[in-house]
Design a protein around this ligand. Structure first.
Ligand code: FES
Length: 106
C-alpha cells in the first residue's frame, strides 16, 4: 500500500450522500462536509468562518454552498468566499475507489 493510499480515509459508500446534499464526517479528528453536486463529490471543512455554522447543512447551487445561518456562499472547488471577504474554507481531496468515497485531510 502506498503512502498516498494510506492518507485517504473511507467515509461513506456511493449512494449514501444524495445528489444535491451534504453530510458531515469526522475524518481523523477534522469535521469535514462532503457534498455530491452535479455528479461530483467535494470535501470542505464543516465550519463556516463567519460564525461557525456547519456547512454540511448548507444549500448547494452551481458548485457553491450557501451557509444556512447568514447566507455566506463558498466555492466547493477552492473554498473561496464568493461574496467578497477574504475568508476561505479549507478544501480536501476526495475520490471514489470502487464504491467507497474517500477523503484525505492530511
Ligand atoms: S455562520 Fe455562516 S454565514 Fe454566518
Amino acid at each position: 500500500m502506498s503512502s498516498e493510499t494510506e492518507q485517504f480515509h473511507t467515509i461513506a459508500r456511493v449512494g449514501e450522500i444524495p445528489e444535491g446534499a451534504g453530510r458531515a464526517f469526522d475524518v481523523d479528528g477534522v469535521m469535514v462536509a462532503v457534498f455530491l453536486e452535479g455528479g461530483r463529490y467535494y470535501a470542505i471543512e464543516d465550519y463556516c468562518p463567519h460564525q461557525g455554522a456547519p456547512l454540511s447543512d448548507g444549500v448547494l447551487f452551481d458548485k457553491s454552498v450557501t451557509c444556512t445561518w447568514h447566507g455566506w456562499r463558498f466555492s466547493l472547488e477552492d473554498g473561496r468566499h464568493l461574496d467578497g471577504s477574504r475568508s476561505r474554507v479549507p478544501t480536501f481531496p476526495v475520490r471514489v475507489v470502487g464504491d467507497e468515497i474517500q477523503v484525505n485531510v492530511d
